[in-house]
Design a protein around this ligand. Structure first.
Ligand code: UDP
Length: 411
């Protein structure tokens, strides 16, 4: 059907067509036709670190390539603002956290100040996507908005801590629509809710193919043993990612199977707890030469890519997870993933098929040993995992769903 469509491999969209097939790109162009020139603004609270920044870095250029006037704005706050929004994040993922009036004031003040700065842009926008709770209170400052405002929630809000949800709800209720990653995360809000799963960019530095020599370099660079099987978790240092549980699991597994664990993480500028969690992790790893705790700069995308390809197993033992791009990234590299049985990980890891779902360090240890003893199974699961990402979790599918949503909101 698409035989007559031709994209050149050296053109921006043509490079995507080479991965997904030309029909997929043509479909995006058809959907975008009525959105040409539409002003779409995305707002979040960090330009790097974490999944939201990772997605926006790729989504904006693609929207532009399709003729949409897309832009990305970042709000910046005081330490009290980040302390407050990190607590929101923890509370929305279920932790019992009381917020002082002072922190809530810092939240509202930062939003008021940023609303003032962004006024000329947001007032003109046809569509505004507000990512997560950090900038959610901006809308209050646009009582006469002309565009449609959509709240895009990336976190696991299955069971939010009620008092915090109650505080945020009036801000969120004013939106025209909201988007969650999974149906289970949808909330009683007085507007339409859409389910859109996140995605990875197959052409980014994080995910593109790499020469073998570049993959092999990571052994020397991080003092890893090329002969010893490698288990890898890439994550911000955040308790919901359970890095300490991963260390426990690997220590249990290593009693019977030789292995090395690499925990690779960096800092997100909007995450004030990272340093404390990193210290905890370093303490747990102390004295274990086969546990490598790496603190990487925010732009270490190729390094992470190489580590994921060097790994035998990718692990993401989160206790709560909105989606888990690191799972998708590992799967795209043909690695089986051992993932925490929670949130968006369940959408990607099909137990015994693309990897294993686990709940405890003991369960993870069992699966690590099982996979390290079964090279054939690792390869089979890895192949299925890559195929599953190709069909479901590439940025082209993500963009198609965003465009469909914009077209229907425009109608
Ligand atoms: N990431 C990174 N450097 C790090 C840690 C994470 O580039 O040190 C990237 C990781 O590769 C993934 C994203 O940040 O693309 C994390 O997204 P995920 O959905 O897994 O978790 P989040 O941080 O959003 O909770």
């Amino acid at each position: 059907m698409c035989a007559s469509i031709h994209y050149r491999d050296d053109e921006f969209l043509g490079r995507y067509a080479a991965v997904t097939g030309a029909c997929v790109i043509q479909h995006l162009e058809q959907l975008a036709a009525s959105l040409k020139g539409a002003r779409v603004v995305h707002v979040n609270s960090t330009r790097e670190g974490g999944g939201v920044a990772e997605i926006l870095q790729k989504l904006i250029p693609l929207k532009k390539a399709l003729g949409i006037d897309a832009r990305w704005e970042v709000i910046e706050g005081t330490p009290a603002f980040y302390a407050c929004t990190k607590s929101f994040h923890n509370a929305l993922q279920g932790m019992d956290i009381r917020l002082s009036d002072k922190l809530l004031e810092a939240y509202e003040e930062t939003n008021a100040r940023c609303a003032e700065r962004l006024k000329p842009i947001l007032e003109q926008a046809d569509f505004v996507f507000i990512h997560d709770p950090q900038p959610a209170a901006l809308l209050k400052h646009f009582p006469e908005r002309r565009g449609q405002w959509i709240w895009r929630c990336h976190i696991d809000v299955r069971q939010p801590f009620r008092p915090v949800w109650k505080y945020l709800r009036p801000f969120l209720s004013a939106y025209d629509a909201s988007i969650f990653s999974l149906p289970e995360f949808a909330q009683p809000l007085p507007h339409p809710q859409y389910i859109i799963a996140p995605s990875i960019d197959p052409l980014s530095e994080k995910n593109r193919d790499l020469p073998d020599a570049e993959i092999e370099k990571v052994y020397d660079r991080f003092d890893l043993d090329p002969e010893r099987p490698m288990v890898l978790q890439v994550s911000r240092y955040d308790r919901f990612k359970d890095p300490v549980g991963v260390i426990r699991a690997c220590r249990m597994a290593a009693k019977l199977t030789p292995l090395q664990l690499v925990l690779a993480g960096g800092e997100a500028s909007d995450d004030p707890e990272g340093q404390a969690v990193l210290e905890e992790v370093r303490q747990q790893a102390e004295g274990h030469p086969d546990i490598h705790v790496l603190l990487l700069p925010a732009d270490a995308h190729r390094t992470i890519n190489a580590l994921q390809r060097a790994a035998d197993i990718v692990i993401q033992k989160s206790l709560r997870e909105g989606f888990g791009l690191t799972v998708t990234e590992g799967m795209w590299k043909g690695r089986p993933v051992i993932g925490g049985d929670t949130g968006g990980i369940r959408l990607q890891v099909f137990n015994h098929y693309t990897g294993f779902l686990v709940r405890t360090p003991e369960g993870a240890a069992l699966r690590i040993r099982y996979l390290l003893h079964n090279g054939r199974l690792r390869r089979q699961m890895g192949e299925r995992a890559r195929r599953f990402v190709l069909d479901n979790f590439l940025i082209t599918r993500h963009l198609r769903e965003y465009l469909t949503l914009l077209v229907s909101l425009q109608a």
